[in-house]
Design a protein around this ligand. Structure first.
Ligand code: TYM
Length: 350
């Protein structure tokens, strides 16, 4: 419902700004790398203002052992840097160090509707039959995600396919906030879901997403896997008995083949068409070793750099702290305006 328009502002052109996040709820996978990290680096290198976050507050919506969470947050930060994120050019931090996220998250809890949240497929998947017993935070999760993005007036969010519905909700929350308060305060964000690997699938089942929470380690490539583990997992990946087709249409109804070709294309920086042209008629006995070599060539330097960075956790914490200060300087004035728009008195000194 629209209230009085005392805080109405003239439409502000929102400056292009990218925000994205990754949960430090386990080791990162090839899916995270191709669907997110690699593209985060490309966006940074295109010269757009980029803000990247390890979302530790999202991680605790399901139980996290505190010592492991700390370790995984540092490991996540090391992965960002090893993949090519430059903390001087991008802002890199962990979410809990910038309290604007939680504060705006609460306000968005009061904007989002129960019906909207109940339709979130990730919540339904994660809660399963256990929905009475999951945390309230898991239900509110997408409102905090909207806050992550809107606290910076970010206009673009690079993500994998599985985050699309959450970004639609972010748009709905921004639009409802603007309508309710009669303002044009929050931008309507644009999801960037691009490239050959927006949905990397399990190596054991081409119809299931590759995920850090899959009980089978054989289903995924972890960014911490060594060359032998990567090669073995690709060699054992499920496939079908047919050779690779001579056109992309020939991959239809062959989810495992499609997945390996997509992974190859994304790692090589080629189109799927190009990969199919190069490997038309090839047996998996030929294609899999080529894919394993490519994966090792691309991932081994990242893993080595992650290990090097992890040897100095103090330096990682310093980078995250510095990033958090820069993030806070952007988010705080936006949040203060939100408090003003929503009618909160802010008279505390200092
Ligand atoms: P998370 O931590 O599950 O995943 C981080 C990023 O990796 C992408 N991704 C994949 N892409 C392709 N194939 C896969 N198999 C695959 N698995 C994961 C995800 O799409 C995501 O881009 N809710 C988010 C974290 C988040 C966030 C945000 C993202 C919190 N606040 C604000 C963007 C903006 C999540 O759980 O991602």
């Amino acid at each position: 419902m629209s209230t009085q328009a005392s805080a109405v502002q003239t439409p502000t052109p929102f400056k292009p700004r990218i925000f994205s996040g990754i949960q430090p709820s386990g080791g990162l996978t090839l899916g995270n790398y191709l669907g997110a990290l690699k593209r985060f680096v490309e966006k940074q290198d295109e010269g757009i203002e980029t803000i990247y976050c390890l979302v530790d507050m999202h991680a605790i919506t399901v139980w996290q052992d505190p010592a492991k969470l700390r370790q995984q947050t540092r490991e996540g930060a090391a992965a960002f840097i090893a993949a090519g994120i430059d903390p001087a050019r991008s802002i890199l931090f962990n979410q809990s160090q910038v309290t604007a996220h939680a504060e705006l998250g609460w306000i968005f809890n009061c904007v989002a509707r129960m019906g909207w949240m109940s339709r979130m497929t990730q919540f339904k998947d994660k809660a399963g039959k256990n929905s009475e017993n999951v945390s309230l935070g898991l239900f509110a999760y997408p409102a905090l995600m909207a806050a992550d993005i809107m606290a910076y007036h970010a206009t673009m969010v690079p993500v994998g396919e599985d985050q699309k519905q959450h970004l639609e909700l972010t748009r709905d929350i921004a639009i409802k906030f603007n309508n309710d308060y009669g303002v044009n305060f929050f931008p309507v964000v644009e999801p960037l879901i691009e490239g050959a690997a927006t949905r990397v699938m399990s190596l054991r089942d081409g119809t299931k997403k590759m995920s850090k929470s899959d009980p089978s380690d054989q289903s995924r490539i972890n960014l911490t896997d060594d060359a032998d583990a990567i090669a073995a997992k690709i060699r054992k990946a499920k496939t079908d008995p047919e050779p690779l087709p001579d056109s992309v249409e020939g991959l239809k109804d062959r989810p495992e083949a499609r997945n390996l070709v997509n992974i190859y294309a994304a790692l090589a920086g080629h189109t799927v068409d190009q990969v199919i042209r190069d490997f038309a008629g090839a047996q998996f006995g030929t294609f899999k070793p080529a894919l394993a070599d490519l994966a090792v060539a691309k991932l081994a330097p990242i893993t080595a750099e992650m290990n090097r960075l992890m040897a100095d956790p103090g330096e990682i914490d310093r980078i995250l702290g510095e990033g958090a200060e820069r993030a806070d300087a952007l988010a705080r004035p936006i949040l203060e305006q939100v408090y003003d728009i929503t009618g909160m008195i802010r008279s505390r000194r200092g």
